[in-house]
Design a protein around this ligand. Structure first.
Ligand code: AMP
Ligand code: GLY
Length: 436
């Protein structure tokens, strides 16, 4: 096709990686982004529109003859961006509001999994504290207490003791600390095993896997401290091979036993799933089981998976957005490893210091790419503008080399209060093993 016009909705590190990947695939394309960020500005035209302003985005798409809109974050998907675009004949890649319930309602996701026989933690749902507290008393610790709705990474609490579980129940159902997101909760069995994520590109009927990845959610080294949106990630996640003959075999097991039954159930319900489906998994003694689904790519996992994905994504995303089947499409992957280290602001994740000048040296893009997560320009200089500021992705022939490059580069980027983990990838590199 002639050089397409594309729109990337969102303005974080995942969207920077998306824009970077689209620019690599289509050097002549016109790429717009709303709202974008200073990192994306080097690759695409930033339009000052919020990711949630669906009407303004639809106008932009008509005015600029955008061929394909790719939606990064979950909120505009859960708010029905794709439905509203479809009503107007505009192509957007991402699930409809009904399909995005796989992420926006954990209860819905669990019901779909139960009906489709997809392996996941045992669960029970509650909207009243009394019944939930009784359930806690009757069950063995540890337990996981989860808000059903979207809670920006704060909705899942792994409780080692019944006392913690009771406190989590009270926080959500009595004190209503998560608002309406926590009005309905799930209490789940606590699974154990390595975690792994697989993204599938879905066309409504099939699920096509990208590379495996693993993210690190805790703020501190050795997986200590509170949960964050993600402090780093690597790809491919090879240790997964230990749970099947090979990583490829594991991916195929997950596709057949987890992704396809869900895709088929969504199609049968009249809400076909088109878009990226993020399967967050735990590799348990009885095989891979689902921790959660997200209706989008992971952040920061996209910052390692997309650069390693060598096949073009524009055609398959455009076809899926039009409801056309992808047939025997398969993602091609570079035979390299990638590891990203998040540089976070002072106070993150509880709060986020802002407005600190960022000193960002140039790196050899064959070895290091810096994706912007929370930056802004103020008086012509780059400053911090969020909790997660930059994702420093290193590439290498193997994970060790990628890790060294990522960490070395991370140390050279400076801003006041900067903190980052130097042990991302420890499950596989063995460097910076867990403390405590
Ligand atoms: P979620 O918000 O559902 O992704 O959960 C956040 C994190 O909590 C996951 O990445 C897991 O580390 C942990 N987690 C969630 N559910 C469970 C579970 N049922 N068993 C063990 N860990 C869990
Ligand atoms: N890094 C986890 C997520 O994007 O949900």
């Amino acid at each position: 096709m002639p050089a397409p016009t594309l729109l990337v909705v969102g303005g974080g590190g995942r969207e920077h990686a998306l824009a970077w990947s689209l620019r690599r695939e289509a050097p002549d394309a016109e790429i717009l982004t709303a709202p974008g960020n200073p990192g994306i500005a080097g690759l695409a035209e930033c339009i000052p529109a919020g990711a949630g302003d669906i009407d303004q985005l639809a106008r932009l798409v008509r005015e600029r003859n955008v061929d394909l809109t790719v939606v990064g974050p979950e909120a505009p998907l859960a708010a029905g961006l794709v439905d509203r675009f479809e009503e107007q004949g505009l192509a957007a890649f991402g699930p409809s509001r009904a399909a995005a319930r796989l992420e926006s309602s954990k209860l819905f996701a669990k019901q779909v999994m139960r009906d489709a026989g997809v392996p996941t933690a045992d669960w029970e749902t509650f909207s009243s504290a009394g019944a939930a507290l009784e359930y806690v008393d009757r069950h063995m610790e540890p337990l996981v207490v989860k808000a059903s709705g979207l809670a920006a990474g704060k909705g899942a609490i792994v409780c080692e003791t019944r006392e913690e579980a009771r406190a989590a129940v009270r926080s959500m159902l009595v004190e209503k600390n998560l608002g309406s997101a926590g009005a309905q909760i799930l209490i789940e069995e606590c699974m154990t095993g390595p975690e792994l994520s697989i993204f599938f590109l879905c066309d409504g009927h099939g699920a096509y896997p990208l590379l495996t990845s693993r993210d690190y959610k805790r703020v501190g080294e050795g997986d200590q401290g509170p949960n964050t949106g993600g402090m780093g990630a690597y790809s491919p996640a090879g240790a997964a091979g230990a749970f099947a003959g090979s990583v490829d075999e594991l991916v195929e097991i997950v596709r057949i036993k987890i992704a396809m039954p869900v895709i088929e159930a969504m199609a049968a319900a009249g809400t076909p799933y088109r878009g990226f489906l993020y399967a967050g998994l735990m590799l348990t003694g009885t095989g891979p089981r689902v921790v959660e689904f997200n209706c989008r790519l992971g952040d920061p996992e996209a910052q390692v998976v997309l650069p390693l994905t060598t096949s073009g994504l524009i055609e398959p995303m455009a076809a899926a957005a039009r409801g056309e089947p992808l047939g025997d499409w398969e993602a091609g992957n570079a035979d390299r490893a990638a590891l990203t280290t998040i540089l976070a602001s002072a106070g993150y994740p509880a709060s986020a210091d802002k407005g600190r000048a960022v000193e960002l040296p140039d790196f050899n893009p064959e070895e290091v790419i810096v994706f912007h997560s929370g930056t802004a320009t103020e008086g012509g200089r780059l400053v911090t503008a969020g909790g997660r500021v930059l994702a420093v992705t290193g590439f290498g022939d193997d994970l060790d080399q990628a890790a060294r490059r990522s960490r070395r580069a991370a140390g050279k980027v400076r801003f006041d209060g900067r903190h980052y983990r130097t042990d991302i990838g420890w499950h596989e590199t063995g460097h910076g093993s867990p403390v405590g």
